[in-house]
Design a protein around this ligand. Structure first.
Ligand code: SR1
Length: 325
């Protein structure tokens, strides 16, 4: 990988070794996140090594050890748990390796934390849920605790329940086992049998929402249930746009943009520049009405119509090239 003329070291010479270590490898969000990370790395002359964790904390931990042993200059850690990673993260920092965290709380001032403003994300989509459904309904929640972004979104949901005593959460379910959407679809069908009175589902990961939506379709409940989610992909856009879809709104960033931001944060650290401690990528509300009205068929269309999907000003510098999508 070539250097960038005039860029600070080590980017003036190129071939900067960086590792991207991911806990979750499957699903649209994580695939798009990697695409963005790879294209920003290419633009920066970074030799990016990808370590997919297949949803297994032990694999992720092993990958982190491998990356340290390989002598990479920086590591981006994408999801995970502090308890399984903290000693190796400290080892990396002691070895002078720069570390950036995306959606994993590593609780260290030396580690910039990239996140999608999960509080805003959940507030946006739940605001739409209240607008569509009022403040008295029976709700279902798809949630698995222990994932930083899901926990942050859940905190907003808990506040909504506290502030609206006539919203009753009658069931909670969820799974991160692969294939997530299929497992959640089966669970949701069982929930529908036990709680036919559910009219709103908060499913704050698009894999959860896809599963809930499949179950609504299979059980012919699409006209009775509305699903509100996080995240977006081209497949999600098609599902939300489908006639009579139960999935009506999501709040999302462009995951490829979040991948770009994560790599830029690592590049700034390596250049001795400060990316800031909390690096936020702002989400936008995407409703079925917007997709239909603006004739948005895929993520490319969304990038053209919603500026925050085209790129982020987070962790930028004049010497960092804008990646080509
Ligand atoms: C299991 S955590 C899934 C979430 O991680 C990212 O923050 C995505 O937004 C996704 O919803």
């Amino acid at each position: 990988a070539a250097g960038i003329p005039g860029a600070p070291a080590p980017f003036d010479k190129g071939d900067v070794k960086v590792a991207l270590i991911s806990l979750i490898s499957q699903g649209d969000f994580f695939q798009a996140y990697r695409v963005g990370a790879v294209r920003q790395a290419k633009a920066l002359g970074i030799n990016l090594r990808l370590f997919p964790g297949n949803g297994d904390g032990a694999v992720e931990r092993d990958a982190l050890q491998q990356a340290i042993n390989l002598g990479v200059k920086a590591i981006v850690i994408d999801h995970g748990r502090l308890d399984t990673l903290s000693d190796l993260v400290n080892q990396a920092l002691k070895a002078g390796i720069k570390v950036v965290a995306f959606d994993v709380n590593l609780n260290n001032p030396a580690i910039p934390q990239v996140e999608q403003s999960d509080k805003d994300l959940a507030t946006l989509v739940l605001g739409q849920a209240l607008k569509d459904n009022g403040t008295a309904f029976n709700a279902g929640l798809v949630y698995v605790a222990g994932f930083a972004p899901l926990d942050r979104r859940h905190a907003v949901w808990t506040d909504v329940l506290k502030q609206n005593p006539n919203i009753h959460q009658v069931a909670q379910w969820g799974s991160v086992d692969n294939p997530v959407a299929t497992v959640v679809a089966d669970q949701t069908s069982a929930v529908f049998r036990a709680h036919p009175d559910i009219s709103v589902i908060f499913a704050p990961w698009d894999e959860f929402a896809r599963g809930a939506n499949l179950a609504a379709t299979e059980n012919k409940l699409s006209s009775k249930v509305k699903i509100y989610s996080a995240d977006i992909s081209t497949a999600d856009i098609q599902a939300i746009r489908a006639p009579d879809s139960a999935w009506v709104a999501t709040a999302a960033t462009n995951p490829a943009v979040v991948g770009e931001v994560s790599v830029r944060a690592a590049a700034l650290l390596l250049a001795g520049q400060n990316p800031g401690h909390e690096i936020l990528v702002e989400p936008a509300l995407v409703t079925r009405d917007l997709l239909v009205k603006e004739n948005i068929q895929n993520v490319k269309d969304l990038e053209a119509k919603v500026p925050s999907f085209a790129g982020s000003s987070a962790a930028t510098a004049s010497w960092i090239p804008v990646p080509q999508s």
